[in-house]
Design a protein around this ligand. Sequence first.
Ligand code: GUN
Length: 265
Amino acid sequence: MDIKSYVKEQKELLKEEISKLEVLPSFVIIQVNDDPASNAYVKGKINDANEVGIHVELRKFSPIISEDDLISEVKKVNDDPSVHGLIVQMPLPKHINEELIKLTVDPLKDIDGFHPMSLMSPCTPKGIIDYLKHENFNFVGKNALIIGRSNIVGKPMAKLLLKEHCNTTMTHSRTTREDMEFYVAHADIIVIAIGKCAFLDDSFKFKPSAIIVDVGINRTEEGLRGDAKRDLPVALQTPVPGGVGLLTRLTLLKNLMEAYYHFTK
Ligand code: GUN
């Protein structure tokens, strides 16, 4: 099933599930910037929530808010029993310590999965695993290659692929071309999130049975493009746009339901 149809189906299931609940699942988005990319992400999250019947409230603050005041705002949501989830939209202004804010969010309400003790996994890696499981991908003993070592994709992706019993290799911007070619040629599943347009292209050799999961979002003159060139000779390659981004958004809603059930059951 393609990602668009899968996400549509999953959202319909969520909507049905939520319609039967007595207490409405609810989350707050704290936004402390006004940049166009963040506004677009926030709008997407609000639309997704509204679509399935989840209550969402956006609390927008001036970028000159002090770190202490932002911490108080986070704690207000932590202490509010009517709210099950909290997102602090990143990036934050430079005078605010992002790591400190991530650690201030109640791990039980941390639907981004940013807190090391979070009840939930980060949305992109979890969304990818859930989708591949739905497609009956057999992880056990497969060679998984991760390209990119970010805290929000690469590292948590490695943890989840190991949990599924993959032989998991992490590579990154300092991996040599020669080594990268070796790892790519042996990979059964490649998750690429390195932030370089068309990093993977025809100059690499792939297993014909390989799967490429493209997490890249690069704005080019031709529109949004991933980190892998389109139509590589593999069994499956997720599209950009209309691929992993949709899985990430879906997983935020699923994480909220996980938090919700934690608080209401
Ligand atoms: N900024 C860009 N992506 C994200 C995300 O997934 N969560 C939050 N909180 N901020 C972001």
